[in-house]
Design a protein around this ligand. Structure first.
Ligand SMILES: [Zn+2]
Length: 174
């Protein structure tokens, strides 16, 4: 089973690769990502958040009715973006962190669905935010990269302390 990779795992900082073939592995990946996203009460997930460096994102802002509004976008690109919106975002890969982030309010995105059919999506508000957030992931960008140095460094210190603590817990002194 796959699981969500969290900061500071380096896979989150790397650019994911274009999907050339929508094969069985990609279909399994999409199914596993969807399961995991709903289990985690997330509204979006990018493949490199589960350690797979492929350009696949899924999202469903109506996650309460599981699966009804699930969108899969393979090799997504944004072809038009207008106006600004500020929203407090969190991320499954950046636990215990929220930040007010400025995004585009309206976007047009293109990509393929899981059958390889090209799709165009016009989105605004939360859906537009979500698509930009997930495409950011594919490019190795986290919400931490959108906030001030001060806020980012505070979070880095918090995580470093936590990792040190949990390491110490595992160490057996003989
Ligand atoms: Zn995220």
């Amino acid at each position: 089973m796959i699981e969500i990779v969290t900061y500071p795992d380096p896979v989150l900082k790397r650019k994911a690769e274009l999907v050339e073939n929508i094969d069985g592995d990609i279909q399994d990946l999409i199914d596993n990502m969807s399961k995991l996203m709903y289990q985690s009460s997330g509204i979006g997930l990018a493949a490199n958040q589960v350690g797979v460096e492929k350009r696949v994102i899924i999202f469903d802002i109506n996650y309460k009715e599981k699966g009804k509004d699930l969108t899969v976008l393979i090799n997504p690109t944004i072809i038009l973006a207008e106006d600004r919106i500020i929203f407090e975002e969190g991320c499954l890969s950046v636990p215990d962190f929220q930040g007010k982030i400025t995004r585009k309010k309206y976007i047009k995105a293109q990509g393929m669905d899981r059958n390889g059919k090209s799709i165009d999506i016009e989105a605004e508000g939360l859906t537009a935010i979500c698509i930009q957030h997930e495409i950011d992931h594919l490019n190795g960008t986290l919400i931490l990269d959108h906030v001030s140095h001060l806020k980012r460094n505070m979070y880095k210190r918090k995580i470093a302390k936590r990792m040190k603590r949990s390491n110490n817990g595992k160490t057996k002194l003989l």
